[in-house]
Design a protein around this ligand. Structure first.
Ligand code: SAH
Ligand code: SF4
Ligand code: F3S
Length: 431
């Protein structure tokens, strides 16, 4: 059958969609990017904030009207896991609902649909880490490899532990085999993924040791990883980032808030002072490191002082960039019992203030890079201007640059000549 998959949410979902595509191709199906010819349409969904869930539901309803009336429509991912069977009554004409631990069944489920069966399977199985993975079917310069699934942290606002289940790590041999297979297909830059990637543990093998193993893969140029929780960012891991040549000097380290009372009620298990000290030691031991973060504005009970504490932390740390969100209550999480008392307009206002502040900080940091030379892994023509090339610096920053010849797939030295808010601009240095 011809299968179409649409993906929302985080890198985990993107990775999972790739894995499902590979499974389906191995089972004899083909993939299509044309909705009208698809015989099975699947939406891989995100529920981290209410808006993401509403978008998924809206998209599913819309798709039912767009696709062939005989085509099957399915929902997978975190909304499927959260709502389960009730989705059948929320979205008319839905044929299947498959949760995050049941993707290995999708080829069978599709066969049954061929025979008119509707299927819901959202069983949670904390033993499932899809360690036996089919060969990847698409090759790209930069790709993801999931090294652990699930989360045990239960930050009070977060739905992820409920829809992704308990933490489990992929054996390091399987991670290595997958990275090697992707390198054979052309990957040069890998991002190792986990909701809480630095709590990776395979027997005695720690995440820092896993980085050491992957660092030895010939042909691989760069290693990144996401996401790190401050409580698990060990001195051993900082040393590994500092000393392993392929591991990029970039740490994404969500802080969420700069106020100790909010951090406590978020169940983040560190204080502002712990966080500041941690970033201090990262910066001391990894010269030139980029530190990025996630911030939530308008958490229940957030006062003017708490909000100011977050803004002052952003000023103190000076993150290279930040993803910023306004708090969204998620049913079933422990924060859902708190009074969601920051009015929506105030949440929006505080978020706007944070975004503007971060934009100024990012711009100033990037302007400081003008005149320096950065190593860029050239990707392809820039979307805005096809005569230029875009790629990523080791810091993770996007660089758009002029280059004399086709350098796609290569590491090039780019002298930074200018910056816009989030992007560096430059020219390749002649070798
Ligand atoms: N495991 C990762 C990613 C979790 S989701 C981590 O721990 O960082 C990505 C981000 O979404 C979180 O870091 C947080 O900033 C934000 N987020 C999670 N739940 C949220 C909620 N209920 N409302 C607003 N933002 C939320
Ligand atoms: Fe959610 Fe916290 Fe786990 Fe991240 S660490 S996925 S924010 S519970
Ligand atoms: Fe969203 Fe699920 Fe990722 S809720 S952020 S797609 S783990």
């Amino acid at each position: 059958m011809k299968i179409y998959i649409e993906t929302y949410g985080c890198q985990m979902n993107k990775y999972d969609s790739g894995m499902i595509r590979s499974m389906l191709v191995s089972a004899g199906h083909s993939l299509t990017s044309d909705l009208t010819e698809a015989e099975v349409v699947m939406v891989n969904t995100c529920t981290v904030r209410d808006r993401a869930e509403q978008r998924a539901l809206g998209r599913l309803r819309h798709l039912r009207g767009l696709i062939d009336k005989n085509a099957a429509l399915g929902v997978i991912g975190c909304v499927a896991q959260r709502i389960g069977e009730k989705l059948l009554s929320e979205v008319r004409g839905l044929d299947f609902v498959v949760g995050t631990d049941r993707y290995a069944l999708i080829p069978d489920i599709i066969k049954e649909i061929d025979h008119g069966v509707r299927r819901v399977d959202t069983l949670q199985d904390s033993g499932e880490n899809y360690a036996v993975r089919p060969d990847p079917i698409t090759a790209s310069l930069s790709d993801f490899v999931s090294v652990m699934r699930g989360c045990n942290n239960y930050c009070s606002y977060c739905i992820v532990p409920y829809v992704r289940g308990r933490e489990r790590s992929v054996p390091h041999e399987a991670v290595l085999a997958e990275v090697e297979a992707l390198v054979r297909l052309g990957m040069r830059d890998v991002t190792l993924l986990g909701q809480n990637v630095n709590s990776y543990r395979d027997g005695p093998t720690t995440f820092a040791q896993l980085l050491g193993i992957i660092n030895n893969v010939p042909g691989l140029e760069r290693i990144r990883f996401a996401t790190s929780h401050p409580k698990d960012l060990s001195p051993e891991l900082i040393d590994a980032i500092a000393h392993l040549d392929k591991v990029c000097e970039h740490v994404h380290l969500p802080v969420q808030s700069g106020s100790n009372s909010i951090l406590r009620r978020m169940n983040r298990s560190y204080t502002r002072e712990d966080y500041v000290a941690l970033v201090g030691s990262i910066r001391e031991r990894i010269p030139g490191v980029a530190v990025t973060t996630d911030v939530i504005m308008g958490f229940p009970g957030e006062t003017e002082e708490d909000c100011d504490a977050t803004l002052s932390l952003m000023n103190e740390i000076r993150f290279d960039s930040a993803f910023m969100f306004r708090y969204s209550v998620r049913e079933g999480t422990s924060a859902a019992a708190f009074d969601d008392d920051v009015p929506e307009a105030m949440k929006i206002e505080r978020l706007k203030t944070a975004i503007e502040l971060q934009k100024r900080i990012t711009t100033t940091i990037n302007q400081g890079l003008i005149g320096t030379v950065v190593e860029v892994l050239a990707d392809g023509p820039s979307e805005r201007d096809a005569s230029r090339t875009f790629g990523k610096a080791r810091s993770g920053k996007t660089v758009v640059f002029e280059s004399p010849d086709d350098c796609a797939g290569k590491l090039v030295s780019v002298r930074v000549t200018d910056t816009s808010a989030w992007t560096l601009h430059g020219k390749t240095e002649s070798p």
